[in-house]
Design a protein around this ligand. Structure first.
Ligand code: 5RP
Length: 227
C-alpha cells in the first residue's frame, strides 16, 4: 500500500486505537492509505480473536488488505457502515484534504455514509488551515474543460503522473486526477461547493463536516479529538 511519509509508529498507534472502536455485528468502512492500513490489520487481528464485523473497502488496495486480514467484505448495497476509519493528507480542525492515494471518490461515498467517521493521522498531517492541492477525480474526456474551470476559480491544476507507469494516474474508477493548488483555503465549504458544480469533475478531496473524530498518533500515544 502506498505511503505518504510521516512517522510509521504514529500512524500505527492512531490506526490501532481506532480499530478498538469496532463492535460485534458492525459494518466498518475501510479507508485507504498507510495509516488506514494499520487499522485494517488491527481489525483483522480482532477478527481472528472472534470479533464479527464486515468491512466495506474504499479501494482495490483496502479490499486486498482486508481479504488478507480475514475481514469479510460487503458493499454499500448490503449495508451502510456503522463506523468508518480513514486517513487524510491534511487535517485542519475537522476539515480534511484527502485523495493522496486517488481513492477519495469511494472514500467519500463510504465515509459519508457511515454513522461515525474516525480519521487517523500522524502529526505531519495537522495544520491550522488547509493549503495542500485538492485532488479532483475527473472523467478523462473532461480533463481540459475541468482544468479551465479550476483556473477560473483561481486554482492551478496539475495532472497527476503515475510513478511506475508512463502517463497519468488512472483511478480505481478509470478516471484521471487533477491536483488543484488554491494556496490557503480559508473557506473550504465554499470551495467544496464550487468544485462539486464543475461538470465532468466526479469528486474532490475536500471533506468538510464529515469527520466525527480525529485520532493523531504521537511519540507517546494517541491524541483523540471528538466533536
Ligand atoms: C487516499 C487517502 C489517504 O487516506 C491519504 O492519502 C493518507 O494516506 P497515508 O495514511 O498513507 O498518509 O486519502 O486517497
Amino acid at each position: 500500500m502506498k505511503t505518504t511519509g510521516g512517522g510509521e509508529e504514529a500512524k500505527r498507534r492512531a490506526g490501532e486505537r481506532a480499530a478498538e472502536l469496532a463492535e460485534d455485528g458492525e459494518v466498518v468502512g475501510l479507508g485507504t492509505g498507510s495509516t488506514a492500513a494499520h487499522a485494517i490489520r488491527a481489525l483483522g487481528r480482532r477478527v481472528e480473536d472472534g470479533l464479527e464485523i464486515r468491512g466495506i473497502p474504499t479501494s482495490y488496495g483496502s479490499a486486498d488488505l482486508a481479504r488478507e486480514a480475514g475481514i469479510e467484505l460487503a458493499t454499500l448495497d448490503d449495508a451502510l457502515p456503522d463506523l468508518a476509519i480513514d486517513g487524510a493528507d491534511q487535517v485542519a480542525g475537522f476539515d480534511l484534504i484527502k485523495g493522496g492515494g486517488a481513492a477519495h471518490t469511494r472514500e467519500k461515498l463510504v465515509d459519508g455514509a457511515a454513522d461515525r467517521l474516525v480519521i487517523v493521522a500522524d502529526p505531519s498531517k495537522e495544520g491550522k488551515t488547509l493549503d495542500r492541492p485538492v485532488p479532483l477525480e475527473v472523467l478523462p474526456s473532461a480533463r481540459r474543460p475541468v482544468a479551465e474551470a479550476i483556473e477560473g476559480l483561481g486554482g492551478e491544476p496539475a495532472l497527476r503522473a503515475a510513478e511506475r507507469k508512463d502517463g497519468p494516474v488512472v483511478t480505481d474508477n478509470g478516471n484521471l486526477v487533477l491536483d488543484c493548488d488554491f494556496g490557503r483555503i480559508d473557506e473550504p465549504a465554499d470551495l467544496a461547493g464550487d468544485l462539486a458544480s464543475i461538470p465532468g469533475a466526479l469528486e474532490h478531496g475536500l471533506f468538510v463536516g464529515l469527520a466525527d473524530a480525529v485520532f493523531v498518533g504521537t511519540e507517546e500515544g494517541v491524541e483523540e479529538r471528538r466533536r
